[in-house]
Design a protein around this ligand. Structure first.
Ligand code: SAM
Length: 240
């Protein structure tokens, strides 16, 4: 897609989510899309390869949580894959500090390349599993926000995310349309881990029927030291 068309389409969607953006940042998104499509020929990064769909389902979707982030906050994005939502948030919000985490090293190499080519600052990509990094004192209870899209059910996800945030920090969980059952099944895990659901916002992505729930969990108490459990356990045996 030509840069002019990209800019036009992206801006149209951004207006719908009430985001105003500078031209230089749109250029970074354009560059990011082209690197993503190029690398995607050799390593599996995304199933979405149509430019307009990348704009909507990756960029716009990621940016819908921008309004949940206060000035200069630190964010950790667990299971970021090709950088969603962490990279779009960082391109748009120069004030925030972003840590991207994924257990697949090939994706980390891609993210490092993107960070370099887009000249992004205060952002790092770390290869590791949430269950291990969440126990490491350099990462545990160090962040204002932990976020994640399309990684696990709410119970498992809470065990991945809550250990990383400070007391009074928040988890911003990007979820699909049906969350009632997940919330019911995840409530106790969230409590055990020191958190509480404080908000669930429902939205539809512009010009589409893609529905999202954005669940905010606040951390009220320290996470017991036994969590997260060893790699694989949170997904095999979610806290009931
Ligand atoms: N968040 C991205 C998105 O929405 O496009 C990627 C979603 S992809 C379905 C899930 C990603 O989570 C994969 O890249 C996978 O390697 C990573 N992942 C799964 N379990 C993980 C864990 N325990 N710790 C770190 N990364 C994990």
């Amino acid at each position: 897609m030509e840069k002019e068309d990209f800019e036009k389409i992206f801006k149209r969607y951004l207006e719908k989510i009430q985001i105003d953006i500078e031209k230089e940042k749109i250029e970074k998104f354009y560059k990011y899309m082209n690197i993503l499509l190029e690398w995607n020929k050799n390593i599996n990064l995304t199933a979405i390869t149509n430019p307009e769909e990348i704009i909507l389902k990756h960029f716009i979707d990621s940016l819908t949580i921008e309004r949940y982030i206060n000035r200069s906050e630190s964010i950790i994005d667990i299971g970021t894959g090709a950088g969603f939502p962490g990279i779009p948030l960082k391109i748009f919000r120069e004030d925030i500090t972003v840590t991207l985490v994924d257990s697949l090293n090939k994706r980390i190499k891609f993210l490092e390349y993107v960070i370099d080519k887009l000249n992004l600052k205060n952002i790092q990509a770390i290869h590791g599993r949430a269950e291990e990094l969440g126990k490491n004192k350099n990462y545990r209870e160090k962040y204002d926000i932990a976020t994640s899209r399309a990684v696990a059910n709410l119970s498992t996800l809470s065990e991945y995310l809550i250990p990383f945030i400070k007391i009074n920090g928040r988890c911003i969980c990007m979820k699909g349309p049906d969350v009632e059952e997940e919330i019911k099944n995840g409530k106790n895990a969230i409590k055990v881990l020191g958190g509480k659901i404080i908000k669930n916002d429902f939205l539809t992505l512009p010009n589409s029927d893609i529905k999202r729930n954005i669940i905010t969990i606040k951390k009220l108490e320290k996470t017991p030291i036994k969590y997260p459990r060893k790699p694989g356990t949170p997904s095999k045996e979610p806290i009931a």
